[in-house]
Design a protein around this ligand. Structure first.
Ligand code: AMP
Ligand code: MG
Length: 420
């Protein structure tokens, strides 16, 4: 297959839809203490056993008042104090107010909290208010206004992070039902590859893809099984495939699925299961292999990434990451491609979506702009290291220009959103 032969290629959407269709949750469920649940995926929805706030309380430091007490006077005596954790408990005579701190329960009957900055303390200790400025209910956080008791607060399939954990903690949810981590095996294949630190002979390079994969998988909360470098040797490959099937829930390889090698990998994989080599109409992107090792014991899914580091990362983000999310039981929202204006002219690739590495900034008019992060070759690591987003260039319509002038709108996906 030449670099631009796209006959029979799947569109990215078709490839993604196929993965979504054939993959489903592959991990069991366990109960974990909340403190250990960070990064895990909820297996069941969580319902609130309590309202939040649990009781009416003050949103400000100040004075709790009854509006009726201020109908005929602007000055009230002090009946006592309410602190967070130490409610006011005495009698609350007419014509008085209660000193109250943020988070303290408002005394029964209180209709507003007046900020201390708006209250004058008189020499005799009484407090002077400006009644006309007091709104009923002001600065009172009402029981249940954030969360109603019994309501579903988090849906199954949500991944727990710093946004969700405080909600669950506040609701006194001590344990959660979550999916076990997905265990993902990976290896690099190629006779030219050497491990980091090994001396390099002629034609040899350091295997860099495994460092990207280890990092990408850790960010997803996966457990990893690093099977190292496997030479282009059928027996070694076979035993690595089988080990992955025994010990992991999914396998990712990089390299060895390009034209020169595919036939031979193909043969091995068709012996171990059903694996298809897809042409996906994206750039960078060589053949991408996907299937299941159905003739091995557990029949785990298999993802064969191209060897070129940029192609491997881009195909991982676009195809493998959403697929792993499904295996994890994680309802991963689709990427939000944001509109951005280009800083320089770009060339479009007929028939293929081109995913370039870009750098985002906000210009003086507040518009999101994107420039190239450098050389766009699929083996070029410098622009990858410098970039902060993928830039999607859709193929030109038939007959349309292949030149995209500077200032054109393109679509960008910030790496931070892609989990990098
Ligand atoms: P392949 O997909 O095996 O044809 O490899 C395509 C290109 O990617 C070749 O230049 C390989 O040397 C390179 N490559 C393959 N695997 C890796 C790897 N793990 N790390 C860095 N480069 C690689
Ligand atoms: Mg190779």
């Amino acid at each position: 297959m030449s670099g631009c032969d796209i006959s029979g290629a799947l569109s990215l959407l078709e490839a993604q839809a196929h993965l979504t269709e054939v993959l489903s949750t592959a991990v069991a469920v366990e109960t974990l203490p909340l403190a250990e649940a960070q990064g895990r995926v909820l297996a069941e929805p969580v319902r609130a056993g309590l309202p939040l706030p649990g009781f009416d309380n003050a949103a400000m430091d100040g004075y709790a008042v009854r509006l009726t007490d201020l109908l005929t006077t602007d000055t009230l005596a002090l009946a006592g104090k309410a602190f967070a954790g130490a409610p006011f408990s005495g009698a609350w005579p007419a014509g008085s107010c209660v000193r109250i701190m943020t988070g303290a329960p408002v005394p029964e009957g209180a209709e507003a909290v007046v900020m201390q900055e708006e209250v004058q303390i008189l020499a005799d200790g009484r407090l002077r208010f400006t009644p006309a400025t007091i709104r009923p209910g002001q600065h009172i956080r009402r029981q249940g206004e954030d969360v109603a008791a019994g309501s579903v607060v988090l849906a199954a399939g949500l991944r727990l992070g710093a946004q969700q954990l405080p909600l669950l903690a506040a609701l006194n949810v001590a344990q959660v039902r979550v999916h076990r981590p997905l265990k993902v095996a990976f290896f690099s294949s190629g006779d030219e590859l050497r491990s980091l630190g090994e001396p390099l002979g002629p034609g040899q390079i350091v295997d860099s893809n495994r460092y990207a994969l280890a990092c990408l998988l850790a960010n997803l909360g996966c457990e990893v099984l690093d099977l190292g470098i496997i030479p282009d040797d059928p027996a070694a490959l076979r035993s690595a495939f089988l080990q992955a099937d025994r010990q992991a829930d999914a396998l990712i390889t990089s390299g060895g699925v390009s034209v020169g090698e595919a036939d031979y990998t193909k043969e091995l994989l068709s012996e171990l299961g059903e694996v298809a080599f897809w042409k996906v109409a994206i750039k960078p992107g060589k053949p991408f292999a996907f299937g299941r090792l159905t003739r091995a014991t557990r029949g785990i899914p298999f993802f064969g990434l191209p060897g070129n580091p940029v192609s491997a990362l881009v195909t991982f983000l676009l195809l493998v990451r959403p697929a792993l999310a499904r295996l994890m039981g994680w309802q991963l929202p689709p990427p939000r491609w944001l509109p951005a204006l280009t800083t320089a002219p770009l060339r479009l690739t007929p028939g293929r979506q081109d995913f370039q590495r870009g750098c985002l900034f906000v210009d003086e008019d507040g518009a999101l702009r994107v420039g190239s992060a450098g050389g766009q070759g699929s083996a070029m690591l410098m622009s990858l290291a410098a970039a902060d987003c993928l830039v999607r260039l859709d193929p030109p319509m038939a007959g349309a220009s292949r030149e995209l002038p500077a200032g054109s709108r393109v679509w960008v996906w910030p790496f931070a959103e892609a989990g990098l």
